[in-house]
Design a protein around this ligand. Structure first.
Ligand SMILES: [Zn+2]
Length: 581
């Protein structure tokens, strides 16, 4: 068996000796298999921070070649106990695998020698057992310099006596995954690895049986993805055992399956269910009220609710909110109805509208937040809110130079795994589309969307195109199918002449120096008022327009902030007072 010196040095210490014989000589394809089915029994002991798992998983060979080796990864704080195939114990070696896909920054990897080769597309069922603890651990963040407090408020997952919340892939590998290394210090590496894994898992099913063990007489219910699934509790020899409780089968889509155990109070409303911790009654009520209030508005845009929106409280007031489908985990601390409404708009959109394409599902949920702000406080408030997202966007989009061709496709909205793109950029794209086609047409297109019919990236664009006479292909090409960067508008020149009736005819030449086209609002300020026109300017193109105004023109402003742009310092054009003719 041949193996390079380098690979020996890579796996340090005694583990090297263990794994060398079994592993080296093969180049490990960690992403060869996906897990298409999970059927797991979980035993959770919150007071001991413990998790024990027994169950079955089905692996599918996604690669082009037969596979004899499968890699299974769980959080580094968990240990593999046994792996069997059809009642036979299979050979496996374990090793730590450094990867930021888990909060501990490392995985317990089992390299499994399967009893036989699995052909491409073929499957094999394994019986697995593993156990350990899940403690608060933000190693992956602190080791790249994140201050501890902030890191703990981001990676807040743990099993604990007072509060248990554990999120799935991307946070805690509490069920087996199979991924290449993800590194937080390397740009988008984590997003990409996680995105690939979630795509491979999108059709997977998960069936869980939960058993909870504790010393209290009453054990709080377990929530799995926001749904309570507790079984009967009984007491024996000083411990209380609740379960096993059946947690529904479901396809994973792009969610991170999440379980929570907390002594929540529940506030039930027709559209939303809010679970809150002791003392948070006011914030919970504020949230529920705000959500109920905007249901008709969300329904009008995104259709009736498919399911109740579910919100659950987090004890750390600074904890980063987390969402998985219609479930929102967030600290319920604010009694500001506007903030609550903003969060609820996003969540209710998820409860009403489903797509497995992030630019549609997340883009629309963020778009809903901008719509909500516009409705509450006017267009300016919505544009300011989008401005927060836009600044993140112009940081990652290269100014004026077009992205490289492979990036164009890779980073396009239809393919991207980058959150800034499928959240911030997608929100702006939806807003621009709405400005171009109007509310009624866009609502109809959204209402016509059927996730099960969405087989092509062009499905949604075609639904929108069907509602308008306008050609939008260029827009989808620049913004959705490809990442062509951003526009950069500039008024090249403006001439005005006074007509005999006293009005002024202004001729404006608008230049788009950028690499993506857009329809942009142009505002002309003149003595006594202002007027707005919308102009379509393709990438690297100019357009000329004539505007009649009733007073002497003073200033031209391109872009009210609704179009993301790489450079906004050249957007105001002053018109010199001109000599009377
Ligand atoms: Zn969302």
């Amino acid at each position: 068996m041949k193996y390079s010196k380098k690979s020996v040095y890579k796996c340090l210490g005694f583990l090297c000796v263990l794994c060398a014989s079994a592993v080296n000589g093969f180049s490990l394809d960690r992403e060869a298999f996906s897990v298409t089915n999970y059927d797991l029994n979980l035993q959770v002991e919150p007071e001991q921070h413990r998790l024990g798992v027994r169950g079955k998983i089905t692996l599918q060979n996604d690669s082009q070649t037969p596979q004899k080796i499968a890699v299974l990864q769980i959080s580094s704080s968990l240990d593999w106990r046994s792996i069997k195939a059809g009642d036979k114990v299979v050979q496996f070696v374990t090793q730590p695998y450094t990867s930021d896909i888990d909060h501990t920054g490392s995985l317990s990897e089992a390299i499994v020698t399967l009893p036989h080769e699995v052909a491409p597309k073929g499957t094999i069922e394994l019986e697995i057992a593993y156990e350990g603890v899940i403690l608060l651990d933000a190693t992956r963040l602190t080791r790249i310099g994140t201050p501890e407090e902030a890191a703990n408020s981001t990676d807040w997952d743990q099993i604990g006596a007072d509060f248990t919340a554990v999120r799935g892939a991307g946070y805690v590998a509490w069920y087996p995954i199979a991924t290449e290394v993800a590194n937080l210090s390397e740009g988008n590496s984590l997003f990409e690895v996680l995105g690939r894994w979630k795509n491979r898992e999108a059709g997977s099913r998960m069936h869980l049986q939960f058993t909870q063990i504790g010393s209290n007489e009453k054990l709080p219910p377990i929530l799995f993805n926001g749904v309570s699934c507790s079984g009967p509790a009984y007491e024996s020899m000083g411990v209380t055992k609740a379960g096993p409780a059946d947690c529904m089968y479901q396809t994973l889509r792009l969610d991170a399956p999440t379980f929570v155990i907390a002594d929540y109070k529940v506030l039930e409303r027709p559209a939303v269910e809010v679970r809150y911790l002791h003392g948070h009654d006011v914030a919970a009520t504020t949230f529920a009220d705000a959500a109920e209030k905007i249901v008709p508005f969300i329904t009008e845009w995104f259709g009736p609710q498919r399911e109740k929106a579910k919100t659950a409280d987090l004890p750390d007031p600074h904890a980063a909110p987390f969402e998985s489908g219609a479930l929102l985990l967030t600290p319920l601390t604010s009694d500001d109805p506007k903030l609550a409404g903003l969060a609820a708009a996003h969540q209710l959109t998820h409860a009403a509208f489903v797509s497995f394409r992030p630019w549609i599902e997340e883009g629309l949920a963020h778009f809903a937040q901008a719509l909500y702000l516009e409705r509450e406080k006017g267009r300016k408030a919505a544009l300011d809110y989008m401005g927060l997202h836009r600044s993140a966007l112009s940081e990652i989009e290269a100014p004026t130079t077009a992205p490289k061709s492979e990036d164009e496709v890779h980073r396009s909205l239809v393919n991207t795994t980058g959150e800034e793109l499928y959240r911030s950029k997608a929100m702006c794209v939806w807003w621009m589309l709405r400005d171009m086609v109007g509310d009624a047409a866009l609502k109809k297109a959204i209402a016509a969307y059927r996730p099960e019919q969405d087989k092509e990236p062009s499905y949604m664009p075609r639904l929108i195109q069907a509602q308008t006479q306008r050609d939008l292909e260029w827009f989808f090409d620049d913004w959705v199918y490809r990442d062509r960067g951003l526009p950069d508008f500039k008024v090249e020149s403006a001439f005005s002449s006074k007509s005999t009736n006293g009005s002024f005819m202004l001729t404006i030449t608008l230049d788009n120096l950028g690499t993506a086209g857009a329809e942009v609002p142009v505002i002309v300020k003149f003595a006594g008022g202002e007027i707005m026109r919308r102009l379509e300017v393709r990438a690297k193109s100019k357009t000329v327009t004539r505007v009649e105004v009733t007073g002497a023109p003073q200033e031209i402003i391109v872009n009210d902030g609704s179009v993301p742009e790489s450079d906004t310092t050249n957007n105001v054009f002053k018109i010199e007072a001109m000599a009377e003719k």
